[in-house]
Design a protein around this ligand. Structure first.
Ligand code: F6R
Length: 605
């Protein structure tokens, strides 16, 4: 994964590099480093841990220099320590890298045979060694082209050279890389977000491109080494703030922001006067669509699973859902009349991007449900449906999940209406029910105090289960994912009806089991499954909307959520699950916004 930055300027660059690295920490935060050219030498500083630690090191011993590169790491090859942190430098060249070099072992072995020793366990160091060799005979640009020709895998690179303090070279294959422009200063960054505080003028490198960035100009070359021009985009202003305000951390802020983000998204898609959902530019006429394939990873995949229930309920279209990392390697039969929908908060997830790329090469129609509209996935799909959630900083996705579900819900309704699968009166009724969603979510958020007590009760457990049927099943998966990623407490999400086929063996005295049972057509059946759990000693937290009545004396906790149109329950029942994982993690003193071993944007396979 990792985030990279490079700056060529007419003034010192280390402070701006550190500030940009703080923005990139969502891509990795287990080590950080930078290198500048100071008095004609490569001056490298790096450490394990956060950018804050690097900042303290630089405070004690500042880095001079008007040209530099920086890196935040999410370890792939080698433990997160100072030696493995980037940059990786030789006497004459210094490299930061995002991605994975798949043939690094092979290349390393060849170098080792001729006596080269490697300092780190990383795949990146082989790039430094290769460049150092090539620079003995070639100029920097040629050395970079020859080096990347030898690499297999994915990379975005930032490179500086001891003997060329006037430029940074950037190169991309597979991993994203953007260039930013300003007066007497130009930038290289893993994404536009990192560069946004310095410029709103951005270009994007395509696969195989190389750029040479000096303070006055940026030159671009394609994979054939031909000089090319790049379109310059002007970034949109962020309406939402990226500060925590009075909240303890970003996650809880983002959870409580949801009534507003949902309202904003509804405003963007529902025409107030005509009471109509607007979707322009869909790449296929909804009447012609014979299949929809929904693809994503993690939480985004869960939103696809929920959406399958809506599409099946509202339309007559066949629906498939796939995990991007599986889809990209399967022998898929592509269908020209199918719409392939990619769901991603960041728009940079490597597996989702690769699945999209596969579809693009097959010339089938794609659409992306995205939060970051400048992202690679958005730029490469036929049609973009933004979720309008504003920047999501907490690593665990919360408001983006609701946003993804909301756009997919709106899309399923619209497609159904255009195809005449749903009668207009029902369609209008659904739209008017949707408008109640911000208030219903606010109501659900009021359960926080009760959830705090439950969190205290379960935080020392050694495991937990989340059960649901119908669209509550993917919500159970999402509840379990949130709990494990935030609190490191083992959690399994399961279809309630599957328990008897094996997982029931896990139930023992006091095991917390969250049962998601809105009063829908599955209600009675889910309650029967709950009783089977109770009979075996499970400690049940029941989420329902049964007007405050306690359903069984043997339930340890019960939360009654507001009533709504039954197709909207996934939005409302997600809220207590987000709060539960948050409060368990808080009791366990976990790092809420940056859970261990994770990163916000997953740019490796
Ligand atoms: C979990 C979480 C992840 C992401 C997944 C995909 O809370 O955030 O599971 O949902 O890594 O990320 P995006 O949506 O950026 O493609």
């Amino acid at each position: 994964m990792c985030g990279i930055i490079g700056i060529a300027s007419n003034k010192k660059v280390s402070t701006n590099i550190v500030n940009a690295l703080k923005k990139l920490e969502y891509r990795g935060y287990d080590s950080a480093g930078l290198a500048t050219i100071t008095n004609g030498e490569i001056n490298e500083k790096k450490c394990s841990g956060r950018v804050e630690k690097l900042e303290k090191i630089l405070f004690q011993s500042p880095n001079e220099g008007n040209l530099g590169i920086g890196h935040v790491r999410w370890a792939t090859h080698g433990v997160p320590n100072e030696v493995n942190a980037h940059p990786h430098s030789s006497e004459i060249v210094s490299v930061v890298h995002n991605g994975i070099i798949e043939n690094s072992d092979k290349l390393k072995k060849e170098f080792e045979k001729s006596g080269t020793t490697f300092k780190s366990q990383t795949d990146t160091e082989v790039i430094t060694v290769l460049l150092t060799e090539k620079l003995k005979k070639l100029d920097p640009l040629k050395a970079v082209f020859e080096t990347i020709d030898m690499l297999k895998g994915s990379f975005a690179l930032g490179i500086i050279f001891k003997n060329h303090k006037e430029f940074v070279i950037g190169a991309r294959r597979g991993s994203p890389l953007a260039v930013g422009y300003s007066n007497n200063e130009n930038y290289l960054g893993s994404d536009s977000y990192a560069l946004k505080s310095m410029t709103n003028k951005i270009s994007y490198l395509d696969d195989g491109d190389v750029c040479v960035l000096s303070k006055d100009e940026v030159k671009f070359y394609n994979h054939n080494k031909d000089k090319i021009n790049k379109e310059i985009f002007t970034l949109s202003e962020d309406k939402a703030s990226v500060s925590k305000g009075n909240y303890k951390n970003f996650m809880i802020k983002e959870i409580f922001e949801q009534p507003v983000t949902v309202k904003t998204c509804l405003k963007e898609y529902i025409d107030k006067i005509r009471e109509e959902i607007n979707f322009y530019n869909l790449p296929l006429d909804p009447k012609e669509i014979n299949k929809i394939v929904l693809i994503g990873c993690g939480t985004a995949y869960h939103s696809c699973l929920v959406a399958k229930y809506w599409f099946e309920e509202f339309t007559s279209i066949n629906i498939e859902v796939d995990i991007a990392s599986e889809f990209r390697y399967r022998k898929v039969r592509f269908d020209k009349k199918a719409l392939y929908i990619f769901v991603s908060q960041s728009g940079e997830t490597a597996d989702t991007y690769a699945a999209l790329d596969l579809c693009k090469r097959q010339n089938v129609k794609t659409c992306s449900v995205i939060n970051v509209v400048e992202s690679s996935i958005a730029r490469n799909s036929n049609c973009v449906l933004p979720i309008h959630a504003g920047p999501e900083i907490g690593v665990a996705s919360t408001k983006a999940f609701l946003g993804q579900m909301l756009v997919l819900y709106l899309l399923s309704l619209k497609i159904s209406e255009v195809r005449n699968d749903m009668q207009n009166i029902e369609y209008k009724k659904k739209i008017s029910e949707l408008k109640k969603l911000p208030t219903l979510i606010s109501e659900a958020l009021k359960e926080e105090e009760k959830i705090q007590l439950i969190a205290k009760d379960i935080c020392e457990s050694k495991g937990s289960m989340f059960l649901g049927r119908g669209s509550s099943f993917p919500i159970a998966l999402e509840g379990a994912l949130k709990l494990k990623e935030l609190s490191y407490l083992h959690a399994e999400g399961y279809p309630a009806g599957e328990m008897k086929h094996g997982p029931l063996a896990l139930i023992e005295d006091g095991l917390p089991v969250v049962v998601i049972a809105p009063k829908d057509k599955y209600f009675e059946k889910t309650l029967s499954n709950m009783q089977e759990v109770i009979a075996r000693g499970g400690k049940v937290l029941l989420l329902t909307n049964s007007d405050g009545k306690v359903i069984s004396e043997n339930i340890r906790f019960q939360i009654n959520l507001p009533d709504s149109d039954l197709t909207l329950t996934p939005f409302i029942f997600t809220i207590p699950l987000q709060l539960l994982s948050y409060h368990v993690a808080l009791f366990k003193k976990c790092d809420i916004d940056k859970p261990r071993n994770l990163a916000k944007s997953v740019t490796v396979e």
